[in-house]
Unconditional design. Sequence first.
Length: 262
Amino acid sequence: MKKVISKDGTAIAFDKSGNGPAIILVCAAFQTRTMMSQLASLLSPHFTVFNYDRRGRGDSGDTAPYAVEREVEDIEALINEAGGSAFVFGMSSGGVLALDVARKLAIAKLALYEPPFVVDNTRPPLPKGYLQQLEELTTSGRRGDAVEYFLTKAAGVPADFVAPMRSAPFWPAMEDVAHTLVYDGTIMGDTMSGNPLPAERWSSVSIPTLVVGGGTSPEYQQNAVKALVDRLPNAKCHILEGQDHNVAPDYLAPVLTDFFSM
């Protein structure tokens, strides 16, 4: 494990592996770099992989107040560590952060896996006051309730599925990063409202971009992939048949390798 220091003084932990052009992996809600380690391993024969903990998670620090710009600066510090140039891959809500990075920083290519937009009526939008409610739960110490609220309202997991999860071995790890769900909610903004994606937010992202989706993902996620490809000026879509939002790294890695090697 190594660390870089972001502009606001926050230490950002990362693992570096492989050889070749640099690629930075941006993880999703709940994830730490440990959960991206298999993908990093599969990419490392072709790239120098920077697999990092987003602020507030794992071995990285956290500095209040939160702002999306601070997370962009974290990735900027990693790009500088990589020598000033890198590809970026973002998973789920980490893909939305990666889009904001591409809007503000000079990166070579961008790949995303299923940014969790809700762009139509194929699933319920986030409830009004979602972010405020999530913040109230985390700041009052009700981390388990915050995790459940996210899973049921944002991820669309049925409540009767979530109840037994609270006694599962993995639940404490989810509670550990529950405060960062507010960060991901801030990054998502109003893009889970059931309305079309904002026309201007990423219109300047003209670099080659690959948006990957799962062939068995719910309709709303497949529609979100298509909507984003339509919004970006230089994007293409790739559907992984047999995969859903929990994509298998050994299916995803070859697609990323082909795209970033072209």
